[in-house]
Write a new protein. Sequence first.
Length: 271
Amino acid sequence: MSEVITSLQNKKIKFARTLRTRNKREKNGLTLLEGYRAISRSLECNMQFQTCFYSPPLFLGSNEMPLLAKIAETGAEVIQVSEGVLKKMAYRDRPEGIIAVAKTKQHTLAEIPIRENGLYIIAEAIEKPGNLGSILRSADAAAVDGVIVCDKCTDIYNPNVITASTGALFSVNIAEATSEETLQWLKDNNIITLAATPEAKEIYYKTTMTEKIAVIVGTEQHGLTDFWKKNADINVTIPMLGYIDSLNVATATTVILFEAARQRANSSLSQ
């Protein structure tokens, strides 16, 4: 059995900790995955692992060691570290005892499937990693066919995106592109665009969402830019019944997605 690493000055530990910053992730094409759920789901979705660090005193159950064995079978290096070292490596306040270094992927529009009644999300310039992760989680839950991140402000491999998505980052078809590239893709594939904006007159649940459609959502602070408001086929709003005049972008996305899912379920039952 290899020696347990107890020093933060270890070369592999120091390198892994650099991946907490975006520029290091993008420069090296690597990211950090943290926790059993995110790591197991990424493994199921064929992410390639470079290194995996673990500390048994922080495990939450008995599934971690079999997972580590599977990771080792892929050829990744599996390294035991002390509890203190893993806590210093972790993003979370309460780490689960397992952190992996994995290779990131390039995500292009060509990877998004075109389906007859496909449901898509266009997320423009989402700033907060937690919101982007939550959008991906909702996309998976609503069986969305693809998520396109336009004019990105946050790195999709930010560990907080991965954590908030509960691993959905690896199960959802995702692409990164400019707004102009995305609009052309939508036109080329005859996808109806539905922009969510508080200024719209049309209420979201009165809009038909059973056809091939893309829901467009914007930044947390300013909402959608004029580019999407002007170029969308339909602008819709979610009625606000209290004092607050808008919803968190991830919440708004979820509300609209599940209305689309409801309509589609009803449509298929009536056929």
